[in-house]
Design a protein around this ligand. Structure first.
Ligand SMILES: [Zn+2]
Ligand SMILES: [Zn+2]
Length: 255
């Protein structure tokens, strides 16, 4: 069994957006407060996060874990990577932490977190990581389970989604090709990004997300990477088809 906690379900600015007077940003419903997207996956006393954005520290304080066994990156955008430095408390206790990314994302992380990744001139006290380069179509072992990376496109940049057993996590998706769609068949749970009502050049909007769900036919879909312009959690949720719901921060599922 895998336990999955949604650490954050918001788009890049989070909800509320700083300084915004949009009604969703002013909502007092805790389900309308969304930190940046990440999930915590746990099985057999192992803990993994997918992405490590600017809210990582707060997210782990909200959902305490005593060890971190790996970080899987989807892509290099700041809302998914800029909390990388905050894995330090785990490094100090455990030593090297495994990170998983494509070589493209790794190159970008190396530029932006040179002081973490540069072997020759590592800054003292910086996180210590063990890099695992993942490739499209090549599954890899994580805590005794197989993980299949699944490529999607985020406008013109590739993003990596992950399938473990019958759960798939696909964020920052605009399009998915046929090869990747085949890997998303027979899912119990699909976690899929859905930004807002209006179309967007690099994200699925609600209509496109529902269309993709109808094509892939997972048993259950939870939507993430939500912006305030999608609307209030409770109102949007009520109108969705039965097999689709909005995820919310700190939601925990087991499957
Ligand atoms: Zn994002
Ligand atoms: Zn992105």
């Amino acid at each position: 069994m895998i336990q999955l906690i949604f650490l954050g379900t918001g788009t890049s600015q989070g909800i509320p957006v700083i300084g915004s007077d949009d009604p969703v940003c002013l909502s007092t419903n805790p389900k309308d407060k969304r930190l940046r997207c990440s999930v915590l996956l746990s099985w057999n006393s192992k803990n993994y996060v997918i992405d490590c954005g600017p809210d990582f520290r707060q997210q782990i304080l909200n959902n305490p874990i005593s060890s971190l066994d790996g970080v899987l990156f989807t892509h290099s955008h700041a809302d998914h990577t800029s909390g990388f430095d905050d894995i330090r408390p785990f490094c100090f206790r455990q030593g090297l932490i495994d990170i998983y990314s494509t070589s493209e994302v790794f190159k970008n992380l190396k530029k932006r977190f040179d002081y973490i990744i540069n072997d020759k001139d590592k800054y003292p006290g910086a996180p210590s990581v063990n890099t695992n380069i993942i490739k499209e179509n090549e599954k890899f072992k994580l805590g005794g389970k197989w993980v299949m990376p699944i490529k999607a496109m985020h406008n013109d940049i590739p993003v990596t989604g992950y399938r473990i057993n019958n759960i798939a996590y696909m964020t920052d998706v605009k399009t998915i090709d046929l090869n990747s769609k085949l890997k998303l068949k027979n899912l119990d749970v699909l976690i899929l990004s859905c930004l807002r009502i209006k179309p967007h050049q690099s994200h699925l909007n609600l209509e496109e997300a529902i269309e993709l769900v109808n094509e892939l036919k997972p048993k259950k879909t939870l939507l993430i990477h939500i912006s305030n312009s999608l609307g209030f959690h409770d109102e949007v949720n009520k109108k969705l088809p039965k097999n689709i719901s909005l995820a919310y921060d700190n939601l925990c599922i087991k499957c």
